[in-house]
Write a protein that binds this ligand. Structure first.
Ligand code: PRP
Ligand code: URA
Length: 212
């Protein structure tokens, strides 16, 4: 039985509604991209619940008071190429000052092993908070390798955000990176023999970019 203790399935009727539409095989590319973007924005609200804040003075029309300021420039979104790109704009709409790094990972179609082909993140990783983005957490290979790559470069604070997760993928992250919280819009039943999530939504990258 997979360890699901690090997983938060974000519990909201709008997210559930949009995930059903995303799954539908009749959903065309334009709507699919819009739904991924909207779900990412809704999820960002929950994923960033514990964001670092600092006091900041503000002049209202009546007087000077102290409010809060999120330390947004320390946040780095890290989409796993390519499908993770679909989640970036939605999160940036809530945190426009976040930086964006990129990790290029593709799954070997036979072995399902991840192959890293690109890695670029901002400097000073040790003081930043990374949110790794990928719509699909299947075997967990791409996520585990991306998180390991960030840690090798000095990252200390990492969360993982996806749309659809499997127990196997969640278990893989929990085993290799027990310090990394995982946020998903849905937890699906299993992987099929080809490494696809079922019921799933198909190949997220192909559906986002129209490459079927
Ligand atoms: C998909 C998906 C994840 C990965 C998940 O990417 O976007 O990155 O598979 O599978 P895993 O958990 O078994 O590693 P894919 O390799 O199809 O590349 P793409 O984003 O370029 O379509
Ligand atoms: N990657 C996808 O895009 N979809 C799956 O179901 C599994 C991995």
């Amino acid at each position: 039985m997979a360890d699901l203790a690090n997983l938060t399935v974000i519990d909201h009727p709008l997210i559930r509604h949009k995930v059903r539409l995303l799954r539908a095989k009749t959903t065309e590319k334009k709507l699919f991209c819009e739904l991924v973007d909207e779900i990412a924005m809704l999820m960002a609200y929950e994923v960033t619940r514990d964001l670092e804040e600092e006091p900041a003075v503000v002049e209202t029309p009546l007087e000077r008071t102290t409010g809060h300021r999120v330390v947004g420039e320390r946040i780095v979104l890290v989409p796993i190429l390519r499908a993770g790109l679909g989640l970036v704009e939605g999160v940036l709409r809530l945190i426009p000052t976040a930086r964006v790094g990129h990790v290029g990972m593709s799954r070997d179609e036979e072995s399902l092993e991840p192959i890293e082909y690109y890695f670029k993140v901002p400097d000073a990783p040790d003081v930043r908070r990374f949110i790794v983005l990928d719509p699909m957490l299947a075997t967990g290979g791409s996520a585990v390798a991306s998180i390991a790559g960030l840690k090798r470069r000095g990252a200390k604070s990492i969360s993982f955000m996806c749309l659809v997760a499997t127990p196997q993928g969640v278990g893989a992250i929990a085993r290799e990176h027990p310090d990394v919280p995982i946020f998903a819009a849905a937890l699906d039943r299993e992987l099929n023999a080809d490494g696809y999530i079922v019921p799933g939504l198909g190949d997220a990258g192909d559906r986002l970019f129209g490459t079927t």
